[in-house]
Structure formats: C-alpha cells, structure tokens
Design a protein around this ligand. Structure first.
Ligand code: GLU
Length: 504
C-alpha cells in the first residue's frame, strides 16, 4: 500500500499557521513511508472562497518548503484537486445514497427550521434537525424533486447507540449517535457540504491516512457513516492537538499572529518555523529540540506524537529563529536577507514610493526603515490624540481591522475603500482617519503613501501592526476593554455588515 496523505484547506482567508502545522505532519508521515502528500482545495463555500486566498495558500506553504506531489497547480492522476470542479462527482454520489435510502431530500424551509429551533430552545431540547422529511414517502419526495421544488439532501443518521471511532493517537473515542444530526450533504445551491465532499474525495483520491486537527473529531461519526453506506473502507484517522495561545486558549489572531505570511514578512526563517511547528507535537529520539524536516521524516513515528495542548509562543519561536540565524555563515545570512525583502523586486517598489520625497540618497534608509520592521515604536498618546476624541482611534483601528479581514482583493483601491467606509460610518474626515493610521503603521505622522505601503507589507503584517497598536493603547490605559470590544463587534455587525449588504 502506498501511503497517501493530504492537506485540505478552505481558501477563505489568510493562510493560517495551523494549516502549516497540519501540512507538516502529513508531509513528514507520507515521506517517511515513501508515499505522497496531496494538496486539495476545499472551496465548496462559494461565498467565502476566493482565488486570492488559494494563491496565498500555495505561496505560503511553498515558502515553508511544504511542497505537494499532487494539487490544483501541479496536477496528478486523481484530479481535479479543487472541489468546485468536482460538483458533478458529489451530486452523483449523493444520488446513489438517495437511491439506496441512506440519504433523503429535505424540503424544509428556513422558516420551518427556525421555528423548530425556537421550540427546541424553549423546551430545552437538543438543537438539531427534527427528522421531518426523513419520513416522507421516497416516491413522493422524488416527484417533488422532479417538479423543481427547492431542497437539500440529508444523510439518514441513526439516533441511538454509540459510534466508535478509532483514532491513531487517541485510541477508541465514543460519540453517542443521539448527538449527531441528519447532516446536509448537498446544499440548496447544489454544492456539497464539507462532509460529503471530504469523504468522497478522500476515497477517490485514495487517501490512506487522514491526519487533521482535533476540531474534526466530532465530525468523524458522519464521515464513518458515509464510508459505511458507500461500502468503502475508511482511511486511518489521526487527530492532532490544536495549537494554543500561551494562556492555553485556542490559537487566535488577537493573541498571536496566525497568518503564515506575517512570519515571512517579519523575517522568520522557514527552517525555524518548521522546527517549531514540529516541536508542537513531536520530538525525535533523545528528545532532540533542534531538528530539520529531514530528521523529522527519517525518524517519524506516529507513536511519538504527543497530545498535550501545544503552546504556540511567538517569543519562543523568535528565540529559535535567532538560533538559526546565528548558525548561518555570513554569506548565507546575506542571501537570506536578500531573498527576504532586500531583493530587486521588493526594493524597486520601495524606491518608487520614496523617490518623490528624496532630497539626498541618505534619506532613503531612515525614510523607509519602518517598512522592513516587524514592530515600529509607537506613541499611544499620540495615536489617541490623532482621533476625534479620546478613545475613538482605538475604535477606528478595530473597525479597519475587521474591514481588512473581509477585503477580498488586497490592492490599493480596496484598501482605500476600507478606510472610506469607516470614515463615512464614523462621521470623520478621511484625512483625520488616515492620520491615525500613518502613526499605526509607521510610528509617524507623515510617511510614504499609505495604501501602496500596505500592499507592499501584506495584509498579515498590516493586521499585526494594528494589533501592536491596540496592545500599546491598552497598556497605556486608553485602549479597548474586552467589554468595549464586544459592544463594538455588535455595532460593526449592525452598521457595516447588514446595512452594507452581502458584499463580503
Ligand atoms: N477543509 C477543512 C479545513 O479547512 C479540512 C478538514 C480535513 O482535513 O478534513 O480544515
């Protein structure tokens, strides 16, 4: 048997450090066994998936050296590797399950489902689908489908008994079937849900080992049931522990940078990141702390994977990165600096931005230094004073953070649009708003053109600098409290999302 593993990210935002962690373990395991590592793009969420995010995933994983043997951009014998190009396959498979009685069309309207939910909440019952359409006569259901009535396809799920999941790391896990809903397999728009597409693809792509994050354990019963009703063997399941913030909460961008491309922009070395991510759940023999990917491959043993909640601590990663930098020769370090941001393409962009403002060549370095930094020195009082009233700057930064996260295309016009939307909704002059952000990104009141520099530094670094600014405001006692943040989030949803329509 050839070992085949995969990483299956959804292209719905900035490539996440957690994706690199899971990819690393899948790749190391496959390579240890002389097998293949596959990249599959799970873009079944038509609204949130973007090509920009997909490209960023390729770029981020490649930068880390986590290359794949098969994938949307490199091809392979099991393609297409993008789920949006496989919808016919999923529909055919769903139709087979309907024909065999293992799945059924459901015609419940969203109003009915909402009413059922309200009732369940009021009577403190378990929240979930009540099985209304499971009892429909199959012929009648088929007639309604043929007549064009809107529907979804649901999996017929047992509601009693225990599902036993054998997990490579955790042994046997038991989940009661009463907690598992009749999962939707095909949505109203004809697209599959994650569960159906994932199982069908893992089977057709002959994936032998599914190594993924522990957040998917609760989905395993649905997946195992699907394998069973299709009459297929399930792959080996192995759920890795989730990365955590130093306070043990689930890794979150408020407490830790989570975008892989932030780490590239901030000058971390791929080797150091790979080593650190490896350490999150693995130690080669002798409890070695410093190891490279090849060592991980040659020694890899699923039995050595540890499950204790791994803490992802940027300070520790920094220390490890320093170790790797010091181990380089001077010429290697120079090469690393060049391929980081001192290469021609990156510098030419900076030169273009700086040229209109230069009077001496010697102005160049001080004028542009902030672009090459991770954190710039900030004066929280100055940022606060640049707002209309005290406290407003922190709110604007937060609103722009949310707008940036939703922005599809990270280009000057879109970035300008984010600032404009906040200026209009907050009733503040555009210039005044930008005054706050010059300070946030450069540490100064005047700097290079804002939108272009943001494109240059990348979205992840931009978000990181805003986070630094929020932290420094908070430390100075003029930032957003947890309560204020919640209030702001509500107001953002009401005023920016609903009123602005579904433009995200
Ligand atoms: N698309 C899922 C994700 O974004 C894949 C989960 C899995 O590996 O099955 O994480």
């Amino acid at each position: 048997m050839t070992v085949r593993t995969r990483i299956a990210p959804s292209p719905t935002g900035a490539p996440h450090i957690g994706t690199a962690y899971i990819a690393l373990f899948n790749r190391a395991f496959a390579k240890h066994h002389g097998g293949q590592f596959i990249l599959r793009i799970e873009d079944t969420d038509q609204v949130r998936s973007t090509r920009e995010s997909e490209t960023a995933i390729f770029e981020a994983l490649r930068w880390l050296g986590l290359d794949w043997d098969e994938g949307p951009d490199v091809g392979g014998d099991y393609g297409p590797y993008r789920q949006s190009e496989r919808t016919d396959i999923y529909r055919e498979h769903a139709a087979k399950l309907v024909a065999s009685g293992h799945a059924y069309p459901c015609f419940c309207t969203s109003e009915r489902l909402a009413a059922v939910r309200r009732e369940q909440e009021a009577s403190q019952q378990r929240i979930g689908y009540d099985g209304h359409c499971a009892a429909l006569d199959p012929d009648e259901a088929a007639r309604r489908v043929a007549g064009g009535e809107e529907h979804v396809i649901r999996l017929r799920t047992p509601h009693e008994g225990i599902c036993k999941i054998s997990d490579q790391f955790r042994g046997e896990i038991e989940i009661g079937w009463e907690t598992v809903d009749d999962q939707i397999l095909i949505k109203g728009d004809g697209f599959p849900t994650y569960h159906l597409a994932n199982v069908v693809d893992d089977h057709l792509m002959e994936i032998t080992h599914v190594i993924r994050g522990e957040e998917w354990i609760s989905s395993a019963p649905k997946h195992l049931l699907l394998y069973e009703v299709f009459g297929w063997d399930a792959p080996v399941l192995a759920h890795l522990p989730l990365l955590r913030n130093p306070d043990k909460s689930k890794l979150s961008k408020r407490k830790n940078p989570t975008g892989i491309l932030y780490y590239r922009q901030a000058g971390f070395l791929p080797k150091a990141i790979i080593n650190y991510l490896g350490l999150m759940a693995y130690r080669p023999e002798g409890d070695l702390e410093i190891f490279d990917f090849e060592t991980m491959v040659s020694t890899f043993d699923l039995g050595r994977v540890s499950l204790g909640g791994p803490i992802f601590d940027v300070q520790k990663l920094r220390a490890l990165n320093g170790h790797y930098i010091r181990a380089l020769t001077d010429t290697e370090l120079l090469e690393s600096l060049k391929s980081w941001l001192l290469h021609e393409d990156a510098l030419l962009d900076v030169v273009r931005m700086a040229q209109p403002r230069l009077e001496q060549l010697a102005d160049f370095m001080p004028m542009t230094a902030y672009l090459f930094a991770d954190q710039v020195p900030l004066d929280p009082a100055d940022i606060d004073q640049a707002g209309k009233e005290s406290g407003r700057a922190a709110e604007w930064i937060q609103f722009v953070q949310w707008e940036f996260e939703r922005l599809v295309c990270w280009q000057p016009d879109g970035i300008r649009g984010c600032f404009q939307s906040v200026a209009e909704r907050e009733g503040v002059k555009f210039k005044q708003l930008l005054g706050v952000f010059f300070r946030v990104f450069s540490g100064r009141a005047v700097a290079l053109p804002l939108f272009e520099t943001l494109v240059w530094m990348g979205r992840d670094m931009a978000l990181r600098r805003m986070q630094y600014a929020q932290d420094s405001l908070r430390e100075a006692g003029i930032g957003l409290s947890g309560k204020a943040l919640k209030r702001l989030e509500k107001s953002y949803q009401e005023r920016y999302l609903e009123e602005g329509g579904k433009d995200g």
